[in-house]
Design a protein around this ligand. Structure first.
Ligand code: HEM
Length: 744
């Protein structure tokens, strides 16, 4: 029995449980890292860029495809003379909304909004300028648009840390999956490989750890430089890097990464320190380090573009992680092979050298083939996250970086193919020329490793470049607004963005042509189709006759009424009716296209194919007698069935609860309760002769009484209150609106 067969039989069961535990731990930890999400972009702005407005809006609002770092994002508005007229930041109600309130009555002219946006997921900082004109557009004023170039220092640290991280994963996984099974020999106690090989591997680990540390230090300094718009000296002297580290999402991921790297360095140190007394410690510590390195790569994916994708971010992060893991096993392994083989083969020549080579290379090649299939399928999926049309590839910084990467990948795959052929000469008899050319393997392995390094350099550029902005819907309805004059009072309202979800409402009130300040302005939302109304919200007096509020009352499309009561010496009612459309809602996500789903299927097929040998081994060990199979299938069936029943029951209960809470009304109020309806209602109310205790009781329960009930009361009477005589339905609805206005 050979030494390696011996080491495999004894070590295997222990290794498998360790792997299973490691995998569960890994998945749990990665799932705990919330997506974040990466370079984002503006999905909606009110006003639109370069909009020409009759009058200045109450505020500027910019919705982004993902959350922003509030401490590092701002908007500064300047007039055409360059004076700062307002500054704003991230809204308290919506972390993806940057807004600034404007002073009242801005004169006609051009205004520039300078946006500084720090995206929460990866800390990328983008500056952008947007213009709007009050009155008329002004000459050749141009906004500078969003920054599109990658920061060279970021490209550098991303390339360096990625290369070092992938090399570390490559070292530990190649050691466990290829070198040990191929060359493992119990006579070498410390690590089961010849000391010269272990020394070279240790050197690679030490070098890669140092490079990873250097890269991560550069990362946090570069991040603080862009967040604080400061130079490296200032960042270090004023300790700005530790604010970026402690106070941002980028910092969270950085901390996790450095912690894990410290763990790996600790394990490595442990294996070195005890290699003479406890030689058996080398293998488990290195195998554990491989798992820790997979987590380090997870921190990159959790902060990668994929995390901010509008398309299934969780799936995007997972696919990016699998992509980078497969790259680590393949390209990382390749780098280690290119560095270790010269040392490992040194004592050998001729057939011995070839035998030692062929003990390792076919094993690595099998692993590499699986990794290449996974890398390509996951790479295609990740690309389709952002490349939605040819122009995204040809006309954006991201597309350019991806194209550069793909050219290098093509070269890499060609060399890999040549190695694949050379290792199976009997299968490729027609390609003997290639077999002869690469038969030494070491020089061409170096070339392949170099190409892989260049690809990772291109990845540094790719992940530092802003993503292409996907095609945004162009059928977005303008934000609903309106103006109503009630006697001497004019009420102008604007609802933004004006779709289902969180909205801001600006109410501008003038009396006798002058801004009405210090009034009590209340807003209520009514969904007549469901006879549902919100509580009254008191709008905040922003001065200059502007009153503002925000809320998520509008939870679906359809007809909605906005009631505005302005109380100063007396109360004036304005009412607006809008058809709220889903298109107006801010969409931060998009549905997968057929191509996305196909690419996902490709990833699933590649993973199933890769897992097949393991599944088959597990399957063979299973005792598939009829009883076991029936029990297993029964349990699976029951779990699925009960989950489906559970979901259906919950949904039904919720629907029933909603239907009990708010049953569809038998009759729907067709009359907007504006000032005219209240006046008509007040006149018609004379016909009701409602007074006394029951009238009092009705008024008290108005907040929880539906219009259909009031309508029935006007038509049929209510308790001792008689029906309102001689009214038609339209008058009854006016009475309903008038009675409701008596609420409170
Ligand atoms: C057909 C082949 C490939 C395609 C289409 C592809 C595409 C991509 C895309 C779109 C990303 C996400 C980048 C981002 O959004 O920041 C990515 C990430 C990455 N790719 Fe590839 N790739 C391919 C092959 C490779 C190869 C051969 C390597 C290495 C040798 C590689 C290394 C990486 C790494 C390390 C990342 C992770 C970056 C991160 O999470 O920050 N890829 N790839």
């Amino acid at each position: 029995m050979t030494a390696s067969a011996w080491s495999r039989r004894t070590a295997l069961p222990r290794a498998r449980t360790r792997r299973a535990v490691g995998l569960v731990f890994l998945l749990a930890l990665l799932l705990s890292a919330a997506p974040a999400a990466a370079h984002g972009y503006i999905v909606r702005s009110i006003p639109d860029n370069r909009a020409v407005l009759e009058r200045a809006p109450a505020r500027l609002q910019y919705w982004f495809s993902e959350s922003l770092e509030a401490a590092f994002s701002s908007v500064t508005v300047r007039d055409q003379a360059g004076h700062v007229i307002a500054t704003g930041g991230v809204s308290g109600d919506n972390a993806a909304l940057l807004s600034v309130r404007l002073p009242n009555d801005l004169p006609d002219g051009a205004y520039v909004a300078e946006l500084r946006i720090a995206f929460a997921s990866d800390g990328h900082v983008v500056t952008d300028t947007r213009l709007f004109f009050v009155g008329a557009a002004v000459g050749n004023l141009e906004g500078s648009g969003a920054t599109t170039q990658a920061d060279p220092l970021e490209v550098l640290w991303r390339g360096l840390t990625l290369a070092a991280t992938l090399l570390l994963l490559g070292t530990f996984s190649l050691y466990a999956l290829v070198l040990l099974p191929a060359w493992g020999n119990p006579k070498y106690a410390a690590g089961l490989l010849p000391p010269r090989v272990m020394r070279r591997l240790s050197l690679i680990i030490a070098g890669a750890l140092a490079a990873a540390l250097l890269g991560n230090i550069t990362a946090i300094i570069q991040q603080a430089m862009v967040l604080f718009n400061a130079g490296p000296g200032q960042v270090i002297e004023q300790n700005l890097w530790s604010i970026a580290r402690a106070g941002t999402r980028f910092g969270d991921l950085w901390n996790a990464r450095v912690l894990l790297l410290a763990l790996v360095a600790g394990l490595y140190g442990l294996s070195l320190y005890f290699r003479d007394e406890q030689p058996g410690l080398v293998r488990p510590t290195w195998t554990a380090s491989a798992w820790a390195m997979a987590l380090v790569i997870g921190t990159f994916s959790a902060g990668s573009h994929a995390a901010g994708s509008p398309l299934l971010p969780w799936v995007g992060v997972f696919v990016d992680w699998i992509h980078a893991l497969a790259v680590g096993l393949w390209a990382g392994g390749l780098g280690v092979l290119a560095l270790v083989l010269p040392v490992a083969l040194q004592p050998y020549a001729g057939d011995d050298r070839r035998a030692a080579l062929l003990a390792v290379l076919p094993r690595f090649s099998r692993l590499a083939v699986v990794c290449v299939v996974i890398v390509v399928t996951t790479g295609v999926y990740s690309s389709l996250n952002w490349i939605n049309r040819p122009a995204d590839l040809t006309q954006t910084a991201f597309g350019g970086a991806l194209a550069l990467k793909l050219v290098l990948v093509a070269g890499l795959l060609l060399v890999a193919l040549a190695h694949h052929i050379a290792l199976r000469p009997e299968q490729y008899t027609r390609w003997q020329g290639i077999v002869r050319r690469v038969q030494g393997f070491v020089p061409t392995l170096r070339l392949e490793a170099l190409l892989a390094l260049l690809v990772i350099g291109a990845v540094g550029l790719l992940s530092a470049s802003p993503v292409p902005v996907p095609p945004l819907p162009d059928d977005v309805p303008p934000p609903p607004g309106g103006m109503q004059a009630v006697d001497d009072t004019a009420v102008a309202v604007m609802l933004t963005p004006g779709g289902p979800g969180v909205n801001t409402y600006d109410v501008r009130v003038t009396r006798g042509g002058q801004p009405l300040e210090g009034a009590n302005v209340r807003v209520q939302w009514v969904n007549p189709a469901r006879d549902w109304r919100s509580r009254w919200t008191v709008a905040e007096d922003a001065g200059g006759g502007l009153y503002i509020a925000a809320g998520a009352e509008i939870d679906r499309a359809g007809e909605w009424w906005m009631l505005v009561d302005v109380s100063a010496s007396d109360t004036r009612r304005a009412a607006f009716a809008w058809d709220i459309r889903t298109e107006a809602a801010i969409r931060q996500s998009r549905d997968p296209s057929g191509l996305n789903l196909l690419a996902l299927l490709g990833v699933a097929a590649a993973l199933a194919w890769a897992a097949y040998p393991f599944a088959r081994r597990v399957y063979r060990r299973l005792d598939l007698n009829a009883a076991n199979v029936t029990i297993v299938l029964g349990v699976i069936g029951a779990t699925v069935l009960f989950s489906i029943i559970g979901v259906v029951v919950i949904q039904n209960t919720q629907a029933q609860y909603q239907a009990t809470l708010n049953p569809p009304p038998a009759v729907v109020n067709p009359t907007l309760p504006d000032a005219a309806s209240l006046a008509r209602g007040q006149a018609a109310f004379a016909a009701c002769e409602w007074s006394g205790a029951d009238w009092q009781a009705l008024v008290e329960r108005l907040p929880r009484t539906r219009d259909e009930t009031l309508f029935a009361a006007a038509r049929d009477g209510w308790r001792s209150l008689p029906p309102c005589a001689g009214l038609d339905d339209a008058q009854r609805w006016d009475v309903v609106n008038y009675v409701r206005s008596r609420e409170g």
